[in-house]
Ligand binder design. Structure first.
Ligand SMILES: Cc1cc2nc3c(=O)[nH]c(=O)nc-3n(C[C@H](O)[C@H](O)[C@H](O)COP(=O)(O)OP(=O)(O)OC[C@H]3O[C@@H](n4cnc5c(N)ncnc54)[C@H](O)[C@@H]3O)c2cc1C
Length: 427
């Protein structure tokens, strides 16, 4: 095993971990993308911290009883021990290097932690193409570039897959007769890109992007220098910027039905919005909740006709048209209030509910690029027909770019076009 890491099994746990001094333990599995994303970070940090903290790995599938006794139910899970006592955060899923370092530092004196930081070496990696964002658009671009034998590094602040991985079922992606669970479709896409040679930097922190120089600095120590950069960072749900929204985000207010609808079995929810997302997600939430009140600012919905028909006919869904939310309040667990204003009468009232879902559109993820990229009036990146932005050698694909329809099929089409354009330009 590379780095200063020791692999053990359950029999050695007492001696190596509980009777150890300062120890970090990684419960991993095979065929586990987040475990693969973690492996190089863990190895690299073991080189830096390994003389002061013991780095242990345990194969979870073969040490199930031990894992379960420690309440470790997923891979990877990282636990920190100080003299046999569990300390720090329990890290799981797409684990960031900075979160690992924060917890490792806590095991040491601040002086020692600072001293070790000086051991971190800056690395520059050269590549033909760097792709920012591993949703359908970035993964497709990567696939085509790798098949054209171009060195391609795909950088994602989360695990690759993008929005598709959180979509419940995808029924309109060609090639599959039955609707596909979103996480499976995104898994196929990222595995296909990887098998063809795309190198991944997953769950990283993007510290700096210099589009003119084509340099991307990640995780505080690696600078990727590319000949071309593709921006495929997608978009994220637009917040309402109302009192209480930030406070109760993820704690009463959700932006993802696939992630959270299951918690509202037989409960009442309020949905804010009236477009495609709001209506389609409400239909999904209706599988769990007993009542859904859709609050919408206009007197009609903007969703596609088919979704509208289903929603109007659904016995669990009610509508409050020409009302806007003004404030969110929480009185206790699953005890929320939405203060809404009647836009015609101008009076306000409170709706009591168990949970709130907000679906009022998206904003492009472009904050990391502080350079002079040309935007459309809604803030999306403008490109020509071959996905070139106004900065030479920089391309934009998928939901982050200015376009009429944002779908998986249009994202993969953009990725294809950018990759073929780049392949020809680099010939
Ligand atoms: C709830 C919902 C349901 C949907 N259902 C369907 C459907 O059934 N069919 C369909 O065709 N489309 C559907 N869509 C739309 C579809 O998901 C998107 O059009 C598609 O995912 C866009 O792909 P993308 O690669 O452009 O962006 P995304 O899928 O958003 O991926 C962007 C990636 O970039 C990463 N990223 C963000 N910022 C940075 C950064 N600074 N640096 C590096 N990486 C970064 C993110 O982590 C993410 O992995 C749905 C969308 C939503 C929200």
């Amino acid at each position: 095993m590379a780095g200063k890491i020791k692999e053990i099994n359950a029999a050695a746990f007492k001696k190596e971990v509980l009777q150890g001094d300062k120890v970090v333990v990684d419960f991993y599995s095979t065929e586990c993308p987040p475990c693969e994303a973690l492996a190089s970070k863990y190895e690299n940090l073991s080189e830096i911290y390994g003389d002061d903290i013991k780095f242990i790995k345990i194969f979870r599938q073969q040490n199930r009883d031990l894992a379960e006794s420690l309440d470790v139910t997923g891979s990877p899970t990282i636990l920190f021990y100080d003299n046999g006592q569990l300390v720090g955060d329990r890290l799981a899923g797409g684990i960031k290097r900075s979160d690992l370092m924060k917890n490792l530092d806590k095991l040491l004196s601040s002086q020692k932690a600072e001293q070790l930081k000086k051991k971190i070496q800056q690395v520059e990696t050269e590549t033909d193409v760097a792709i920012l964002g591993g949703g359908p658009a970035g993964l497709t671009a990567g696939l085509y570039l790798a098949q054209a034998h171009l060195n391609t590094i795909l950088i994602d602040t989360a695990l690759p897959g993008g929005y598709v991985s959180t979509t419940h079922l995808v029924s309109n992606y060609p090639g599959f007769i039955e609707p596909q669970p979103g996480f499976m479709l995104s898994h196929f896409m990222s595995e296909q890109a990887k098998t063809n040679g795309v190198q991944f930097r997953a769950a990283v922190e993007v510290n700096d992007v210099d589009l003119e120089e084509k340099k991307v600095k990640i995780d505080g120590f690696e600078t990727i220098k590319a000949k071309k950069i593709i921006i495929a960072t997608g978009s994220r749900p637009r917040p309402l910027d109302l009192p209480g929204e930030n406070e109760y985000r993820g704690n009463g207010i959700s932006y993802c039905a696939t992630c959270d609808a299951k918690y509202f079995e037989d409960k009442e929810v309020v949905v804010i919005g009236g477009g495609n997302s709001a209506i389609e997600e409400s239909l999904f939430i209706a599988k769990f909740a007993k009542k859904i009140t859709i609050v919408h600012q206009f007197d009609h919905l903007q969703a596609n006709k088919d979704a509208q028909k289903k929603a109007f006919e659904h016995p669990k869904i009610e509508f409050l048209f020409e009302h806007e939310p003004r404030e969110f309040k929480k009185n206790g667990t699953m005890d929320m209030e939405v203060i809404v204003e009647d836009l015609k009468m101008k009076d306000k009232k409170a709706i009591k509910t168990n949970g709130i879902f907000v679906f009022v559109g998206f904003i492009p993820n472009i904050e990391t690029f502080n350079e002079k990229l040309k935007l459309d009036q809604w803030g999306y990146l403008q490109t020509d027909d071959e996905m070139r932005t106004n900065i030479p050698g920089v391309y934009a694909v998928g939901d982050v770019k200015s376009k009429v329809y944002r779908q998986i099929t249009t994202a993969v089409a953009d990725g294809t076009i950018a990759a073929i354009t780049i392949s020809k330009e680099l010939e």
